[in-house]
Design a binder for this molecule. Structure first.
Ligand code: ATP
Ligand code: MG
Length: 733
């Protein structure tokens, strides 16, 4: 392969970055300017022209998938397999080091890695042993404390707890956790990095070996590194190593997890000779998308500043759609996806983004209903999430107490003092008696087989389920779900998990209540048999089916659905950003904190700059959120985008074809009663004249969709809208 292959497809600034003499550099550039491309080509250049051995290159990427792609691209460019090069995430690379040097790292040879659930379980147990009351000292909080200290590079021995009760308590848990991990020979995610950093501190000979080996270090998405990651890189590079860091301060979106944007500035101090190269030409998006993104992000203070431009054409305007509610919003997205597919687009070229995981449910349902294969990128489907499975297990038990897996799942979630030993006893009795665990448990609490404490705990569980079972015949489905989640203590349980994760779980539980409220067994009968089911059983069947194998496997062409956070680094010809509402994006928790609001704006910027050709920003005027109908304003970020770059998608002046005949005639009768008809011209005090396009709901809930001549489509409540008819030429009369 000749050098030209490496350089041909680069612009001048990119070429300068790729061909610079050996040394350190910072490539600071906006989205879609070819940073990742430069990194890949630089590696090709180093190997091909500088004669650097792949053996001496380490490249750090954001995900394992990105690592695999990078390796593939390098091999394709060089037309040969590249062996010996280390490409991976920080965690992956640190893990590799520890596996190789387990002895020096003071680990058993077969040390196990704890995922975050395992870690939490251990912390919980230790806190119980320390006599700490869970309600006062939530284990999640301790987990977060431990991980953030590790992220800052601090062991418990580095901490001086002082007299503060919180610090002292957290410190004691941290110390106990460290001791326990040592005894068990286990390592959590944060530990991987901290320990490999310490490995080098304690073993200068090893550090010297790796410094000698990895003289070329490349890091993508540098803006999202935390303190230990930076220290680790800094150490490895030493004074002689060559570090190429590639990043964009405008795309720093992990501040909440300890990422430090300041690392960019720190790098230019620590590597004084590092050359800073800026790339300004964007190759990804149309100039409309780019202009809109640039204008949005210009509202952030303290940017390192850059101007992006493109030679690309204007492309189409950004489409904004205001859904009447989230179901309408998601149906709109599904319909547009179908249009795109009919126009010849591959599903894998289409992405839907949302701010929080809970938003995926309604979107997933729309995809299923329209038979559009989809994948949730880097995440779980709604009904497979742990908190949802826990809530469903309670509902299942309310319906059928003999459901052993559900009983096993939640008999001690939240913790109510039913230990593993008791569960085993119940299991044994059930098995030997050939009865369900529920029946076994009920018999056992009458006898003397269990300790007094265990008996009390099991009795309280039995009473809880019996209560739910009774309620299940009286309460409507959504109220039953809400009641079950609350009396089972799940909300309280997850409230104790401080931070983003706990919050997300509660949001998901509230979303489950919304799902119950919106559930219409008639609309989802997959099977005629299910028509005779109670609403609860129909819903449970629906949940099982939804969590089944409907998620397209990776080889099937499918729409990519993901949170904005996991969209980083990716690009798609067609992007839908849903939930563009104040309260979702920006998230309501950022309203009173300008730093957080800036991070939300960066998140919005990351989302918009993923779009290559077409971008849709959609929102819902009302949505079920946290279990109740909430009315949101459209996102303030929409108002920061120049209006001439956007166009509101109006529903065409025909009656919504999705409306069934039944609802049409219902709407018709109702409308006639209030003196309105479809197609009728009306005037509104504020919005002016418009045409009635659609109608939903009854009585006080009745709403009409009006296409206003100046303002576009709006859904209005009939009782408040004070509409004055202009003529009576309804197209459907
Ligand atoms: P992000 O900030 O989102 O991570 P990035 O700066 O890493 O973006 P890349 O993903 O490397 O950008 O490139 C964006 C798109 O532009 C890719 O499709 C890439 O192939 C294309 N591209 C980059 N440079 C050029 C070029 N000189 N000529 C043609 N296409 C290019
Ligand atoms: Mg990139």
């Amino acid at each position: 392969m000749d050098v030209n292959t490496i350089l041909d497809s680069l612009n001048d600034a990119q070429r300068e970055a790729v061909t610079q003499p050996l040394g350190s550099s910072l490539i600071l550039a906006g989205a879609g300017t070819g940073k990742t491309r430069v990194l890949v080509h630089r590696i090709g250049w180093l190997i091909q022209v500088e004669g650097v051995s792949p053996w001496s290159i380490m490249a750090v990427t954001f995900t394992n998938k990105a690592a695999a792609e990078m390796r593939g691209r390098i091999e394709q460019m060089l037309d040969m397999p590249v062996r010996g090069m280390w490409v991976g995430t920080f965690h992956g690379l640190a893990h590799r080091l520890l596996r190789t040097h387990w002895k020096e790292a003071d680990l058993p040879e077969n040390f196990q890695i704890l995922d975050s659930d395992d870690q939490l379980r251990i912390i919980k147990r230790l806190m119980q042993a320390l006599g700490l009351d869970e309600t006062r000292w939530p284990p999640r909080q301790a987990q977060q404390y431990i991980n953030s200290k590790k992220g800052e590079g601090l062991r418990s021995s580095h901490i001086e707890p002082g007299y503060d009760l919180f610090e002292k308590t957290m410190y004691s848990v941290y110390a106990a956790y460290e001791e326990n991990s040592r005894l068990l020979g286990v390592v959590d995610f944060a530990e991987l990095l901290l320990r490999s950093h310490e490995l080098w501190l304690k073993h200068p000979e090893l550090l010297a070996h790796y410094r000698e080996r990895f003289q070329q270090i490349m890091v993508d998405e540098f803006q999202d590194t935390n303190a230990v990651q930076y220290a680790w890189l800094r150490m490895l590079a030493g004074d002689k190593g060559n570090l190429m860091a590639v990043g964009d301060d405008d795309q720093s979106i992990y501040g909440w997890r300890g990422a430090r944007i300041e690392n960019i500035r720190q790098l230019t101090c620590d590597f004084a000779s590092a050359k800073t190269i800026r790339l300004e030409q964007n190759y990804r998006s149309t100039s409309t998308i780019l202009k809109a993104s640039n204008t949005l992000i210009a509202n952030n203070p303290d940017r390192l500043g850059k101007e992006l431009w493109t030679e690309g054409n204007d492309g189409e305007r950004i489409r904004v759609y205001a859904g009447f509610n989230e179901v309408d919003e998601s149906r709109f997205i599904a319909a547009r996806i179908q249009d795109a597919v009919n126009g010849g687009m591959a599903l894998s070229d289409i992405a839907i983004f949302y701010r929080s995981n809970a938003q995926s449910r309604v979107l997933e349902e729309s995809m299923l209903r329209s038979s559009i294969p989809y994948r949730i990128y880097g995440g779980q489907r709604f009904f497979e999430r742990a908190e949802i499975k826990n809530a469903l297990a309670y509902l299942r038990l309310a319906s059928n107490q003999d459901d052993n897996p559900s009983l096993e799942r939640v008999i001690n979630v939240p913790a109510r003092g039913v230990g593993e030993k008791t569960v085993q006893q119940i299991r044994d009795v059930a098995r030997s008696g050939g009865v369900s665990m529920w029946r076994a448990a009920r018999e056992m609490v009458k006898g003397k087989g269990l300790t007094a404490r265990a008996t009390n705990a099991v009795v309280s569980f039995i009473e809880l389920i019996e209560g739910l079972s009774l309620s299940s015949s009286d309460l409507p489905l959504d109220e039953l779900a809400d009641h079950a989640i609350n009396v089972a203590g799940l909300i309280e349980h997850y409230q104790k998990e401080k931070g983003e994760k706990g919050h997300a779980r509660i949001e998901n539980l509230e979303e489950l209540v919304s799902a119950c409220k919106q559930f219409d067994p008639d609309a989802v009968f997959y099977d005629k048999m299910q028509q005779n089911l109670s609403p609860l059983d129909a819903f449970l069947a629906h949940a099982v089916l939804e969590s089944g194998d409907a998620q397209a496997d990776q080889f099937i062409d499918s729409v990519q659905m993901m949170t904005l956070h996991s969209a980083k680094g990716l690009e798609f010809p067609l992007v839908f950003m849903s939930g563009m509402e104040d309260g979702l994006l920006p998230h309501r928790m950022s309203f009173n904190d300008s730093g957080k609001l800036d991070e939300e704006r960066r998140l919005c910027y990351v989302g918009m700059t993923r779009a290559m050709k077409n971008l849709y920003l959609t929102y819902a005027e009302s949505r079920y959120l946290h279990g109740k109908e909430t009315r949101h304003h459209s996102s303030r970020f929409l108002r920061e985008i120049p209006s001439d770059l956007m166009e509101e998608v109006r529903l065409s002046a025909t009656i919504n074809t999705e409306m069934s005949n039944a609802s049409l005639s219902l709407g018709h009768a109702e409308m006639a009663e209030i003196g309105l008809s479809l197609g009728q011209r009306v005037t509104h005090e504020v919005f002016g004249d418009g045409t009635i396009l659609n109608f939903e709901g009854q009585g006080a809930q009745a709403r009409v969709l009006i296409n206003f001549d100046d303002e576009g489509g709006k859904w209005l409540m009939v009782i408040y809208a004070k509409l004055t008819p202009l003529s009576v030429n309804g197209i459907c009369c």
